[in-house]
Design a protein around this ligand. Sequence first.
Ligand code: MNH
Length: 439
Amino acid sequence: GTHPIPQPPSKPLIGNLLDIDPNTGLESFVRLIQRYGEIIQLDIVGNRRMFVGSQRLVHELSDQTRFEKKVVGALEQVRHLAGDGLFTAHQQEPSWEVAHRILIPAFGPLSIREMYPGMVDIADQLIKKWQRFGDAKIDVVSDFTKLTLDSELSLPRYDATFYSEDPPPFVEAMARSLKHSGLRIRRLPGTSMFYRSADRQYDADIKLQHLIADEVVQKRIEHPSDDDDLLNKMLKGKDPKTGLGLTPENIRYQLVTFLIAGHETTSGMLSFLFYWLLKTPRAYQAIRSEVDAVCGSEPVKVEHLQKLKYIDASLKEALRLHATAPGWTVAPIKDELLLGGKYMVKQGQPMMVVLDSLHRDPAVWGEDAEEFRPERMLDGKFEALPPDSWKPFGNGVRACIGRPFAWQEALMVVAKIKTTLTIKPAEFYLHATLRKDML
Ligand code: MNH
């Protein structure tokens, strides 16, 4: 027969709410999975949620004939800002498929390659800033976040923001509304009157983001250009299957979506990589020798990137240890048995893949899973991993569309920093908090 899915003791009304620390996000689930097993269930103010953290279970959940992405919890709240944009669209919502087919080529290898010169310009500004800083303390996370934000804003040609000290109002509004989206799901039913002022701020923040995104779209409609940039691809692209284009409202949601999904995930990956490089002299040296061998004294060119195998492995290893998008949620398309009948899960039951657990599964990663060791991703070892062991970019048709963009930018930035600068641990300071907005 089937087994009950382990659940920590729960309380009336709030269920397991107290088991979840809202300040450390998915860390609570990593801890609970360690304690109760590879699949657990929690009651979050009346909603039953499951969390999964082993390779063999994630492998099952990655079967798209049995499971599909489920937009629930904080992600469902994020729809207030990102609407039916790619990231927050329901699997069955027709606009997801249309936008997916129109936008896939815009993030294909050719398009990404064309973005290279623009990415280099933005990275040059970071290098110059760091050169000028000399021995002063550098806020790595903040600078990487400005870098990735700028490169994403450059997609639809917003104005660059690298030198502005405070985050632009758009970014501030986005960060605040994402955080609030995560907090809203912790409320008990019937208590919304206690949250009126926070909700008013939420509404204002969302309005501002939509206003600015709509302005970007409107400006391009009024001043058309022949460029083949992302904004024009969105405005002019037609879905080959239905012949439909994207509506201006949907384009607004896609613009907000790319910023939500892209900039902190990529800057987090870069920040964690540098954190580990400074703690791991062997890897630091290996990267330095590699860029010297591949680029010599030339500026880093797009042709160099595929030869930067050790940097590639180091980025993979950094994302393994710290998945900067900490998980994603699927649900069974019909009632399902897991692990050959051990567990039963009902149709539509949300199940979250907890990446920081998956990426430490001892059955895959062994005893030294907590160590930063890029060698485990080198020389065919990455390809030889059991299927679905490493999934920081999600799964199947709902996997990250921005992966080639993020990867090209990260490889280039690391190589560029390593060809021009020497970095010492004393200059590095880092604060990293897990995202709270993806419950
Ligand atoms: Mn990204 C989906 C991780 C960079 C745009 N991204 C996802 C998912 C993960 C993810 C995980 C799947 C989420 C889910 O199933 O609910 N993304 C990353 C990481 C990085 C990243 C770890 C960087 C490192 N993402 C980017 C960048 C962009 C972007 C850069 C845009 C320029 N991501 C997206 C979009 C989706 C997505 C859009 C939703 C795709 C879809 O469902 O069709």
